[in-house]
Design a binder for this molecule. Structure first.
Ligand SMILES: [Zn+2]
Length: 356
């Protein structure tokens, strides 16, 4: 009898406990993709003697997370359960880009510039390029854009890069057959920079004597010194603005047509090239000096030429200037020296020197 009473009491206690505390059967593993729908409902297999409200669970962040689930017993007593769940990203990014790009040989291009990568989770994914190519070599290159998200999901997109030969532009040539090249507004003929009445320099060109010119001058100056002579630069580099002032000064004094015979209009002065210099004395009387005689015999050995020789005014566009020397490098200076019978750059290259 006593035993039966004890068993009855235990059964009644268990029933009361069951009513007070709901019995919940949870699912073991909850794994979900990022930003997809998940509800507390999805965690539960069965609830005995109670009920609960299904609520939306946050799946916006990757990783192991926790959720609180409240279950109400039939007596209205709420119990909280903490469950863990795993948010994953197994969706690869998408890549949008050109499937074929054509460039000219020697050009530069940023192949990743217009590539768009989007991902369900990562805000910004930097695309990369797989494969090698040479923009200096004509050919077809099979490349791939790649994009990888922080979870390691990878996407790729094929890109065909075609490097084609540049069509050679029409080359104009001098009467001696030398190609006239324009590099950023500067004229080079047979690789020689030309600044005369026909060919001007851009306004912003030049910022001093070139290193080579300066070094060659110092070498020449020490050689002259050893012969007991003193060479000095009285005017070296002159900017476009400097030349505006110089030229206008002479125009005011002598008028335009006379000034044009000895002073260059801005942009046309060889002094702006950083390759020319006036030495010792800007005067026709300079030709009577020992320095002048020395320069006539030796300047070519240092890469310099007398730029405006006697009786070549029709060719160079300028009167005889015994003081003006131009650096052209050793090879050409020897050729133009011509045993003291200076050949002008205009004659050598087959060009003129006339304002248009
Ligand atoms: Zn000069």
């Amino acid at each position: 009898m006593k035993k039966i009473i004890i068993i009855l009491i235990i059964v009644v206690l268990l029933v009361i406990l069951g009513i007070v505390t709901p019995i919940v059967f949870f699912k073991n593993d909850v794994i979900i993709n990022v930003n997809t729908s998940l509800k507390t409902n999805d965690f539960i297999n069965k609830v005995s003697l109670g009920n609960f409200e299904s609520k939306t669970v946050d799946t916006s962040k990757i990783g192991k997370r926790e959720v609180e689930i409240k279950v109400k017993s039939i007596f209205g007593i709420t119990k909280k359960y903490i469950r863990t769940y795993q948010v994953l990203d197994n969706i690869a990014p998408t890549i949008e880009g050109k499937s074929e790009v054509v460039v000219y040989q020697g050009d530069t291009i940023d192949l990743l510039k217009d590539v768009k990568v989007q991902d369900n989770y990562d805000k910004y994914i930097k695309p990369t390029l797989d494969g090698s190519y040479d923009l200096n070599k004509v050919g077809e290159y099979n490349l791939k854009y790649l994009a990888k998200d922080t979870s390691g999901n990878e996407a790729s997109l094929d890109l065909k890069l075609k490097v084609i030969a540049k069509q050679s532009p029409e080359v104009s040539r001098t009467s001696k057959g030398y190609a006239i090249e324009n590099r950023n507004g500067v004229t080079y003929i047979n690789g020689i920079l030309i600044a005369n009445k026909t060919y001007a320099l851009p306004k912003n060109y030049g910022n001093g004597l070139t290193k080579e010119t300066e070094a060659a001058f110092y070498k020449m100056q020490s050689a002259a010194k050893e012969d007991g002579l003193s060479l000095k630069i009285v005017s070296g580099f002159r900017s476009y603005q400097d030349q505006v002032i110089v030229y206008n000064k002479w125009v005011n004094r002598d008028g335009k047509s006379v000034a044009d015979t000895y002073s260059a209009r801005a942009g046309h002065s060889e002094h702006q090239s950083g390759l020319a210099m006036d030495l010792n004395w800007i005067s026709s009387k300079f030709e009577n000096s020992n320095e002048y005689k020395w320069l006539q015999a030796n300047s070519y050995k240092y890469g310099f030429i007398m730029r405006y020789p006697k009786s070549k005014q029709e060719i160079t566009g300028y009167i005889y200037e015994p003081w003006h020397y131009r650096y052209v490098g050793l090879e050409l200076s020897k050729e133009l020296y011509n045993n003291g019978n200076w050949i002008t750059l205009e004659e050598y290259l087959g060009i003129d020197s006339k304002y248009k």
